[in-house]
Design a protein around this ligand. Structure first.
Ligand code: 4AD
Ligand code: MG
Length: 483
């Protein structure tokens, strides 16, 4: 069998007889099947000889029926494609009754398609997105492998709360209605499967750190779970995260690694997915045209990718970010919903102002106030990039992207045992539970750093889609785990 991509692109196949199979997109004039097999966004036009295929069979070429066609690839009569197939044998493998198939060849809303998530891969939009998601995933492995990083599998079930966020899903085999109780009247997790309270991981970082302090460079890449009740276009309860961690790397190395990864992935998608990008680019343009002039983005999708690829990311401190925001028009006109003052976390509206309005390119912000960041981030001293005289800061870095806001969060880690312990006490992080993590600071501690990239947020950026539910096959969000 030949894929449709090969049939269309491999010129040496022209004139030969091949077999292709796929799903009918449309059947026109009782003669032309537009066949798609997922190997490319383009369809192969399969031309039926009406004398050879009876009317009963022709009536079965409905949208999404699966069909196998054999025939000669000939130079196309019509415009729009180089070759078409002159079909000599055709077989319907699986019918798709036209009165029942929910996705007709017309424009459906993304909301409607989300309700048919199991069939939406058969549309141009979603097949393009998921081919690109593959390119990005594969590119992640490629980038880290080339840079000497070992793919490290952090556990999915864990008894520690890496981010100290308290937004975790419990893993338990206890009877939910009548759990065993201890003397104090609380649920007795000693009786649970793991003999302790356990959860789905929110990050593989702490485990990756232990590995980096032996293997030098590692990265994790797997599903991550957060039970935060945020019903936004940027949050999922189950998402994929990539977390590199490297010994002997400081914050500057961390920023270089993050920027290098983003650019590698964009370059790979531009190289391998141009058909899909062109389709999505047109889709974005159509959407933009419906917005008021002032809200339209200045660049098309492909232009934006090229721009990000070619320009260095802006690197600023949190202090500088606050100064810019306080001087900004939306702040002066009281258009920001959330407050701006030294010490507060940057909200998505602030991040997007910095990226889209002020710098007009990706921005890396470092030196966030310690109180809004995780316990493991390294405390800044005078002279460190990101040090501030306004309050204690840490060697954090967030990478902010246009249209999205935060796409990467990372830091240099606190490698000094005494400073780390003091910070844990201050923040109420239980040291007993993390004894194994603290061991790495007791035995051969070294400066090290890493970050987490949210795969779906990155795929949102490269596909130009607006809702994170559209770039993961089966989204899990508050109140929704269907399929
Ligand atoms: O900034 P976060 O919370 O960082 C960590 O988890 C660190 N342990 C990473 C590290 O240093 N190794 O998450 C990292 C990234 C975010 O920048 C965002 O892109 C993504 O993960 N992310 C989410 N994506 C989708 N849905 C959610 N609920 C997300 N929460 C975080
Ligand atoms: Mg973050």
């Amino acid at each position: 069998m030949t894929t449709i991509k090969e049939a269309l692109d491999n010129e040496s196949l022209t004139g030969s007889t091949v077999t292709v199979a796929g799903w009918v997109r449309t059947f026109r004039n009782d003669r032309f099947i537009a066949l798609n097999d997922g190997s490319t966004i383009r369809n192969l036009q399969c031309v039926i000889d009406q004398e050879q295929v009876d009317a009963a069979t022709r009536a079965r070429f409905n949208t999404s029926a699966s069909v196998r066609c054999t025939g000669e690839l000939i130079a196309s009569q019509g415009s729009g494609q180089r070759v078409e197939m002159k079909v000599t044998a055709v077989e319907v493998l699986g019918d798709s009754p036209a009165d029942k198939y929910p996705i007709q060849p017309k424009k459906h809303s993304l909301e409607f398609l989300r309700e048919h998530a199991h069939l939406r891969f058969r549309t141009n939009t979603y097949s393009a997105i998921f081919r690109i998601r593959h390119q990005v995933s594969f590119g992640i492995h490629e980038y880290f492998d080339r840079h000497g990083y070992n793919y490290f599998h952090a556990p999915i079930i864990t008894a520690s709360d890496a981010e100290g966020a308290g937004e975790m899903f419990r893993v338990s085999t206890l009877d939910a209605k009548q759990p065993p109780l201890n003397e104090a009247g609380d649920v007795d997790f000693n009786e649970d499967f793991f003999g302790t309270e356990s959860h789905l991981t929110v990050s593989g970082q702490l485990q990756a750190e232990t590995a980096a302090l032996a293997l030098g460079k590692v990265y994790t890449f797997g599903p991550t779970f957060r039970a935060e009740n945020s019903n936004t276009t940027r949050h999922l309860a189950e998402f994929w995260m990539v977390e590199p961690e490297a010994a002997f790397m400081d914050l500057h190395g961390d920023m270089d690694l993050a920027e290098g990864l983003c650019k590698h992935l964009i370059a790979r998608v531009l190289k391998n997915s141009m058909d899909d990008l062109q389709f999505l680019d047109a889709r974005v343009k159509e959407e933009e045209a419906q917005k008021p002039q002032a809200q339209r983005s200045e660049m098309g999708l492909i232009e934006r990718l090229q721009f990000v690829l070619e320009n260095p990311f802006e690197r600023i401190t949190y202090d500088e970010a606050i100064t810019i925001l306080l001087r900004s028009k939306p702040y002066q006109k009281k258009q920001f919903q959330f407050p701006v003052e030294w010490g507060v976390d940057l909200q998505s509206e602030h991040e997007r102002y910095l990226v889209e309005k002020h710098f007009k390119k990706p921005v890396i912000v470092t030196g966030y106030p310690a109180q809004i960041k995780a316990f493991y981030m390294r405390t800044n001293a005078p002279g460190d990039f990101g040090y501030s005289d306004k309050g204690k800061t840490v060697a954090a870095m967030d990478v902010l992207f246009p249209g999205i806001g935060e796409i990467i969060g990372g830091s240099q880690r606190e490698e000094r045992l005494d400073v780390l312990e003091a910070r844990m006490d201050e923040m109420g992080v239980p040291k007993e539970e993390l004894w194994w993590y603290l061991d790495t600071r007791k035995f051969g501690t070294v400066p090290h750093a890493g970050f987490g990239l949210g795969l779906e947020r990155f795929v949102l950026f490269v596909t130009g889609m607006g809702n994170i539910r559209d770039v993961i096959p089966f989204p899990r969000t508050p109140g929704s785990a269907e399929f």
